[in-house]
Design a protein. Sequence first.
Length: 437
Amino acid sequence: MNIAVVGTGYVGLVTGTCFAETGNEVVCIDVDADKVQRMQQGEVPIYEPGLKTLFDRNTRQNRLQFTTSLEEGIKDAEVIFLALPTPPNGDGSADLSYILKVAAQLADLITDYTVIVDKSTVPVGTADQVHDTLASKISPELFDVVSNPEFLREGVAVDDFLKPERVIIGTESQRARNIMERLYKPFVRQGNPIYFMDVRSAEMTKYAANSFLATKITFMNDIANLCERVGANVDQVRIGIGSDSRIGKRFLFPGVGYGGSCFPKDVEALVRTGQDYDYDLRILQSVIEVNNRQKRILADKLVQYLGEDLCNKTIGIWGLAFKPNTDDIREAPALYIIQELLDRHATIKAYDPEAMENIRTRFGDQVHLVSDAYEAVIDVDALLIITEWSVFRTPNFEVMKSLMKQPIIFDGRNLYETDYMAKKGFYYESIGREVVD
Ligand code: NAD
């Protein structure tokens, strides 16, 4: 099939590459000329495990191409995916201007029947708006608008796309349904389902899924904070409740709050949709509040221990990305923690395996970025662990102790056993567990 993907970010590039991998002819379109040029020269502009191999194979065989021209990119496309940004407006609602602008441009370009697929996360009713935008210029016979929300997780995006647990397709058109089914069949050969539903339910499914997951994390963070106060160990509580299949083991790890480009904005947008329909989503309002508090928790613990003024202190940081295996720092807890430390005049040394360039762009030389984990602890008064990259799981604590000014760790991801840290002679605070003093 000939496919166009408009927007070549984390979702668009993975989508385009994976569809090329199953033999489709894919053109990816992006307004960012520099990004397009880099991709044309064989460079993958984001870090995503496994993507480069697929990208190389499919660009070599000319099944995956890149352009800045929407007109050229969609020329032969039977299906056009919109993988465009939907950032939050000031009031928390999703900004649909990227989607609606491209929809208006497509109305001037489409001449044969085309399926337009919303892959971006968009509020209920957006597919109808896209439909109306197109229908104001061209015959509704010439297109269908489908909602196909994306569930990939950054860091495992390629695996998630190639083997989705489920595919959601919202459409009432049999013609569009057949095309979408053909396109996705190769990805569900193991028997995972493609769920067809009405467009509004598909749009809602994505927000409900992300909001539920954000709630699950936040619930566990709240329980962890209480565990600290009552002298319980959240890791044991987590195992205790996770073995109940109604609760499940996953997504129960406490930490420094959820971040990333999706959960924060999607929860806000759903609350906003509720308000538009005179319905208060009170659970989600609390989730936002509790998560905002949680993002500050590591800095609060540090300040409580080292004092309000950090002007003569050097703080090491391990992990800057919003989660491991990505270079993405959008809404990362690290951003809030770094800002708090800078406001208190601390000197910061930080290391992350993939996200340092993005941090450099954001903070310039206010944060000293170093080339490995041990360098980030040289002469520091304390170390903060923010992202649970595997490489931080079994460090040489003797070496760390010899490098640090004081053996003090604030661990936002519970990477180490408290007993072990006591034996190693560290002051060690984590989330929802006893303090090792
Ligand atoms: P992104 O910011 O990484 O990528 C968006 C791309 O669109 C950018 O490269 C940008 O230059 C391009 N763009 C902007 N305007 C354009 C235009 N007019 N024409 C062509 N290209 C244009 O965004 P993302 O993380 O890939 O997310 C895209 C959508 O998918 C969002 O709605 C997001 O909520 C949703 N989503 C994201 C994830 C994720 O993990 N990142 C997962 C599921 C769903």
